[in-house]
Design a protein around this ligand. Structure first.
Ligand code: PMV
Length: 317
């Protein structure tokens, strides 16, 4: 029996992909720029079996339908007619807006190709991962990445070592699963939000500004654009019918906390994804001050601090 283990870390978008250009191909309507987070991990074991496909996520069996397009594609490409038995686990809350689908599908793609001994380039693994989740196309790479509008695979912009002082503090506002998957929310927003077309039209200009700020390692400018990106993304959700609301009271509290800290001279900028969690982007020099406030004012919330992390890593069982 052929088997393989692959580890991936989530890809946190600084500039958001939100909306699909082609829902079947799962290509993004907007470009995104992201950083891979080193302290969060998905570890996935894939075994090639004679039976049907089955997926266990954090020990629980999940419906394979979410994985079907992905499995069909890789089987066709690699000329494989058997099944996959998958065991995947996260060291962080699953499906809670912490980009678990990005690391999940990246690790799955890496483990499947390894188990099948199917030799393809990292771009092809990224293309495969995208079929499961757009953000997974970015997670296969470490460091700083980009997925262009309509792109079928992501690209590496800078390695993890590019910006050693950068830190991301992922604050867990709620560890339960989010109210609606990003896939469903994106579709609803595209169909019903009067702000959707404006969001897509504006996204390329935002990406250019963010790219320049990243090239210059200019955190105040990057943080500013990053905030515009996530808040405009949520603008499309709030205007949808029915509206999509992921925020919890603590999410809003943390947004205000970041604002107050910036007023006090601390370089901290927040972003959020399709869930209530808040990710604080900062520099090493300011981490202690932020941790002091989190521990003092939000003792009920846990958090994890990351640097830019590696792309796919393979292990032996
Ligand atoms: O990769 P998906 O299909 O789960 O969508 C990810 C969407 C966001 O996390 C909100 C933004 C992004 O670019 O990661």
């Amino acid at each position: 029996m052929k088997e393989a283990v692959c580890i991936a870390s989530p890809s946190l978008a600084l500039i958001k992909y939100w909306g699909k250009k082609d829902p079947i191909l799962n290509t993004p309507a907007t470009p995104s720029i992201a950083v891979t987070l080193d302290s969060l991990e998905t570890r996935t074991i894939v075994r090639c079996v004679d039976g049907p496909d089955e997926v266990f996520l954090d020990g629980k069996k999940v419906r394979p339908s979410r994985y079907q397009a992905f499995f069909d594609n890789i089987k066709q490409l690699a000329g494989y007619s058997g099944g996959f038995s998958v065991e995947s686990s996260n060291n962080f809350p699953t499906a809670a807006g912490l980009a678990s689908s990005s690391s999940g599908f990246a690790a799955l793609a890496g483990a499947c190709v390894e188990a099948l001994e199917y030799e393809i380039s990292i771009e092809e693994i990224s293309r495969l991962a995208r079929l499961g989740s757009g953000s997974a196309a970015r997670s296969v790479y470490g460091g700083f990445t980009r997925l262009g509008a309509g792109a079928e695979f992501a690209e590496s912009l800078y390695p993890a070592s590019y910006w050693p002082e950068l830190r991301v503090i992922a604050v867990y506002v709620s560890e339960g699963p989010k109210s609606s998957s990003s896939r469903l929310s994106m579709e609803g927003v595209k169909q019903t939000s009067p702000f959707y077309d404006a969001w897509v039209a504006d996204a390329c200009a935002m990406e250019a500004r963010a790219r320049k700020a990243l090239d210059e390692k200019n955190l105040p400018e990057l943080g500013h654009i990053m905030r515009l990106s996530y808040l405009r993304m949520f603008g499309t959700m709030l205007a949808a019918d029915p509206p999509v609301i992921y925020w919890h009271p603590d999410s809003v509290e943390l947004i205000s906390m970041a604002q107050e800290m910036r007023s006090a001279g601390i370089d901290v900028y927040e972003t959020m994804d399709a869930g209530p969690q808040v990710k604080l982007i900062t520099l090493e020099k300011d981490v202690d001050a932020i941790e002091t406030v989190l521990k003092d004012q939000y003792p009920h919330l846990s958090y994890k601090i990351s640097k830019a992390g590696q792309g796919l890593r393979w292990q032996t069982l």
